[in-house]
Design a binder for this molecule. Sequence first.
Ligand SMILES: *Cc1c(COP(=O)(O)O)cnc(C)c1O
Length: 389
Amino acid sequence: MERQIVYADNAATTPLSPIALEAMLPYLEEIYGNPSTPYSLGRRTKKAIETARSDIAQCLGADVHEIFFTSGGSESDNWALKGAARSMAHQGKTHIITTRFEHHAVLHTCAALEKEGFSVTYLDVHENGIIRPEEAEAAIRPETGLMSVMFANNEIGTIQPIESLGAICHENGLLFHTDAVQAVGHLPIDLRKLNIDMLSLSAHKFHGPKGVGALFCRDGLELPNLIEGGAQERGHRAGTENVAGIMGMAAALKESCGSIEENAAYVLSLREKLRKGLLEIPGCRWNGNAEQRLPGNANISFSGVEGESLLLMLDMQGFCVSSGSACTSGAVDPSHVLRAIGLTDTEAKGSLRISLDRENTSEEVEKLVQTISETVHKLRSMNPFWKEA
Ligand SMILES: *Cc1c(COP(=O)(O)O)cnc(C)c1O
């Protein structure tokens, strides 16, 4: 089938890989047993998900007992933060450190914890979109028990100094959580080398299915349950397992991790071509550090243009991109991430996020640059306040 659209919104979700689909199909058809049942049909699904758990652990340098299946990134973030906060409260630790530019799954969970009586420090993000470890360290108080900093940002793609932050946390007796939803499958991650206690991941951001993810929880750390009920996940997370989803997630992760360097190099070459092309449009600014960044992410603001209008006009021409965060599109609020790195409301609202992945081609990037350039020009010509600088 000929591709009808140019899909360049891979930070919102990625298409399912054919290998992942293949791995899922038997569990949507003939192998439907409940993994908690004792007969062979159930034992087959149980065995399959344990193999998937072991594959996922291996891709990340984790132990098989450290991987817990969840319904996705949002649940993993909620579980890590609520679980860690509630267990540390028993030791008089009631302070959490995070950042202003986390995903809403972290920010809104922190807001909920503030209502429960925890206090939260939101670290500032500088113009380059990267957290400074010394500022994170300076925010630590005697009652601090937890720090949560995302591995890579979903809007501007900037990669955070996770290794230093983890080391700081462990020197100071803090638990360290990272939302690695944008990083897993795209950047090499070896949990043996990083001081990470909890890590969230989501299958649909690395060509797996939607509605399934995992929480890595370091051996010895006992988090209270978020979901109560049956004894699945060794009693830590109730609910009949999303067997097909788990099989798809493991297959997609193995596939992505098997060619992580090649994919990153290829996607980076496309992104650099895109960046150079777009920066030729007058009156635009590149958002966030260009080097310490996810290979596929581009974020750019165009003055005199509404990002939402640009997105809709690009949609009519067959291009899928994002203005600000996909999670807030529909809402008129400017992106909290772009505000956090110092953009004005108008600059933030005039921004476009383009996230490329291994399925994109050089021809698609050329078409994107040309169409965005023409569309920005058209929108500006309709804007009575726009003057060419
Ligand atoms: C997509 C995303 C999430 C949410 O994951 P879901 O599986 O969609 O719930 C959380 N954090 C980041 C950084 C994301 O990009």
